[in-house]
Design a protein around this ligand. Structure first.
Ligand code: GDG
Length: 744
């Protein structure tokens, strides 16, 4: 199609040019030339007949004879094939003689009229005539005027011939041009397309497949820089100017993603159905992830694929394992995936939580890798990939893959849905290459993750570790300038997306005022009204540094015995992964430590440690944050840590001090906290002392700064930035395929 167009267009252009430009121009020019020729010819004829005519006019014969002679003389002249008619006007301005062919209406000019500069063209009986006059002079006196008319039909004949030649010439020219165009275009098209597509995709010119258009070399760099600048400028501008609320996510979905299909995959489901004594209840797990992604789901009516783990989950699904949620106003669906005991044990407890979790957290707990767990991890990932494919209604959905339970999923989805946009978010840290290298299946995990279109971590440090790890173990091109890893021809962008909390935090506005929370919580815990309260809220996990925190409290009391009986540290520890031995052992070690410290400094109404190993509801957790004088987050290693952010969000009174581990991602965003090394017991004890002594002005200044950070960078921005990046990648892909489409 395009080939024939390239051929026909130059031809058409040539013909149109002949018809509308060249032919009329040629007509005008030839006419002008011929008129000028005929002017000269008229003068020649007039000069040539001057003498014989004078002889006839001055002959002293009778008038009648002279008339006859004049007639035969002029009739002879008109024998010439081009001379159409002749007339002779006497000195009174009347025809003394005219051949019969002289047009009727053509009158003699008045006797005294000035000589004409040239002839004129007139139509007579369907013939074009050139009519000109020439004076007849005898002995220097003007005695009359000759009117000479030439037949111009020969001009039309010649003009028609000229046009014929011109059309033939231009058609031949057009044909040659068309052939050359087709040839050159065919040769250069591939190079241009390869070059332009590479530039749009953000690759360098050298990355473009052969053949490459040499003409692109000088502009390639400029073009790429321009595209990148425009994009980042647009993103910066958009991102900074947006007010990040759930509505913003809806707008992005409709405007930037044009309502594209969205699927989320996570291990934990956003709603769990459980059966208690008399009825089925719905539980909403307290999770930042659900908070962030639920508005996306509500807006796009997508599908959330997750392990159905609730005791009543099977009772409420339809024949396709779907259940519509949220229960109060259903707007999207959960697709539940059922796992056997064995699968859950190998994939979730085994490989994910005994292998990958300690592998990625530098908390000095050895990862356990069992081949049987790995097999189940692989097969469960495959099951989820098949479900993603079965659930997707389009061939290019956006799939948001959550966390370390699904490292293999991106590649498995990519194999079946090559056009999908897969965004994988890794919620936990990424270790350095040496640490990661101990995993026997490290390459399979990396290759699986590199099936993603975009891969996200909380911090740039984790992104850099990932780049280093891929660089060390895979044959891949790692481009730290464009944050892109290309493996097996598939590019994956790796970016930092620090997760956050919703702002304002749901439920806080319904809480009692802070002074009331202080009083009520102290009463409930049986503490003296004036007691200072520190708080820690965690899943009971060895990465959270609960034992290190207790050690700091112990050391603080050792150093500051006057605080004994006046300070209590409340630790809320939600039971977690309690099937795993390491977690069971942590449970007993934490209990023992609390007992020991309380034995050493306790006895009164204000024990140093108040330990609650049980799940608290979200409102209760918020009330504890509000009642506390300080919150202690001492993670040994943590992707982000949302507890730190929640504590800040609960303190609209701008009081309270946050002590925060430098090994939690949150420390990058909240430097106004008291940042500590949890392994440094002395430093942590000092931080407790600093917190207890901090003036209310300083507390306010620090808290205000942290709150403004969270107001600006909330969880909607976390999700929104990923969606905007997905939109950008899809937009680029569409342009690239559009360039392809133009060619097809
Ligand atoms: C992973 C990464 C990253 C805790 N106990 C109770 C309770 N919680 C809530 C907290 C908070 C959440 O659980 C814990 O979030 P964290 O961020 O602290 O930690 P992980 O669970 O390890 O999460 C972490 C996170 O993913 C998000 O990407 O920040 O680094 O390890 O919301 O409030 N909530 C209730 N009762 C409890 O007893 N209701």
């Amino acid at each position: 199609m395009r080939l024939s167009l390239r051929f026909v267009i130059p031809l058409l252009v040539a013909l149109v040019a002949v018809a509308y430009v060249v032919a009329p121009l040629a007509d005008r020019l030839t006419l002008r030339w011929f008129v000028r020729d005929l002017d000269i010819r008229t003068q020649l004829v007039a000069t040539a007949i001057q003498e014989p005519l004078a002889a006839v006019l001055t002959d002293t014969v009778r008038d009648k004879v002279r008339q006859q002679r004049l007639q035969s003389f002029l009739d002879r002249i008109t024998q010439d094939e081009r001379l159409y008619a002749v007339g002779y006007c006497d000195d009174k301005g009347r025809y003394a003689y005219r051949t019969v062919t002289l047009p009727r209406g053509l009158e003699c000019r008045p006797p005294g009229a000035a000589p004409e500069a040239g002839g004129r063209v007139m139509q007579y009986g369907g013939t074009s005539l050139h009519v000109a006059t020439a004076p007849v002079v005898i002995d220097g006196a003007r005695v009359g005027e000759l009117v000479i008319a030439h037949d111009m039909s020969f001009v039309e004949r010649r003009s028609a011939d000229t046009k014929k030649y011109l059309v033939a010439l231009f058609a031949a020219l057009g044909l040659v041009v068309a052939l050359i165009t087709v040839l050159i275009a065919e040769l250069s098209w591939r190079g241009w397309m390869a070059g332009i597509k590479a530039l749009i995709k953000g690759q360098t010119f050298a990355d473009a497949p052969e053949p490459r258009a040499k003409e692109l070399v000088p502009i390639a760099r400029d073009l790429r820089v321009l595209v990148q600048e425009l994009e980042s400028e647009r993103r910066r501008r958009d991102e900074a100017q947006m007010r990040w609320v759930p509505e913003t996510l809806r707008t992005i979905l409709h405007e930037d993603l044009k309502g594209d299909e969205i699927l989320i995959v996570s291990n934990r489901e956003p709603y769990i159905h459980v059966r208690d004594a008399e009825a089925v209840r719905v539980q909403r797990p307290a999770s930042g992830l659900v908070t962030a992604l639920e508005p996306v789901m509500r807006a796009c009516s997508g599908t959330w694929i997750a392990h159905g783990a609730g005791s009543a989950d099977r009772e409420v699904v339809d024949a396709n394992d779907h259940v519509r949620v949220p229960p109060e106003a259903p707007s999207y669906q959960i697709r539940r995936v059922w796992l056997s005991e064995e699968e859950e044990s190998g994939y979730y407890y085994g490989f994910s939580n005994e292998g990958l979790w300690p592998l990625c957290h530098i908390a000095h707990t050895r990862p356990v890798f069992r081949a049987a767990d790995w097999e189940l991890y692989r097969s469960v990932n495959k099951r989820f990939a098949d479900v993603v494919v079965a659930e997707s209604r389009t061939r290019n959905p956006i799939v948001l893959v959550q966390d370390y339970h699904f490292a293999l999923l991106p590649k498995l989805i990519r194999e079946q849905l090559p056009e999908a946009t897969i965004i994988t978010f890794w919620h936990i840290p990424w270790p350095n290459p040496e640490a990661f290298g101990v995993c026997p299946w490290r390459n399979e995990l990396l290759e699986g993750m590199l099936g993603s279109t975009i891969l996200g971590f909380h911090t740039q440090f984790h992104c850099n570790n990932f780049f280093d790890t891929v660089d060390r173990y895979l044959e891949a091109r790692v481009d730290r300038e464009t944050f892109t890893i290309t493996h097996g021809g598939q590019p994956t962008e790796v970016h930092r997306y620090p997760i956050s909390i919703e702002w304002p935090l749901r439920g806080v506005s319904g809480q009692p005022p802070v002074p009331d929370c202080r009083v009520q919580v102290r009463e409930e815990l049986g503490l003296p009204a004036q007691a200072k309260l520190g708080v820690g809220v965690d899943r009971l996990d060895y990465t959270k540094g609960i034992l290190e925190r207790f050690a700091a409290v112990e050391r603080f009391l050792e150093m500051n015995p006057d605080w004994v009986g006046r300070l209590s540290f409340l630790q809320v520890a939600a039971p977690s992964r309690s099937r795993i031995e390491e977690y069971q052992s942590l449970d007993s070690r934490v209990r023992e430590a609390a007992l020991r410290i309380n034995g050493r400094f306790g006895g009164g109404a204000c024990p140093p440690i108040t330990l609650r190993i049980e799940h608290h509801d979200a409102a209760r957790v918020q009330k504890l944050y509000r009642a506390a004088d300080f919150c202690f987050v001492s993670s040994l290693h943590d992707g982000m840590n949302l507890v730190a952010k929640e504590f800040v969000a609960c303190r609209e009174d701008e009081r309270g001090v946050l002590i925060l581990s430098q090994f939690a991602g949150a420390a990058r965003e909240l430097p106004e906290s008291l940042v500590v090394n949890p392994y440094d017991t002395e430093q942590c004890a000092d931080a407790i002392a600093t917190a207890l002594a901090m003036s209310s002005e300083e507390q306010r200044a620090r808290m205000r700064s942290m709150r403004s950070q969270l107001l600006e960078f909330n969880v909607y921005r976390w999700a929104g930035r990923m969606l905007l990046d997905a939109a950008r990648v899809r937009h680029r892909a569409r342009i690239a395929s559009g360039v392809e489409g133009v060619r097809a």
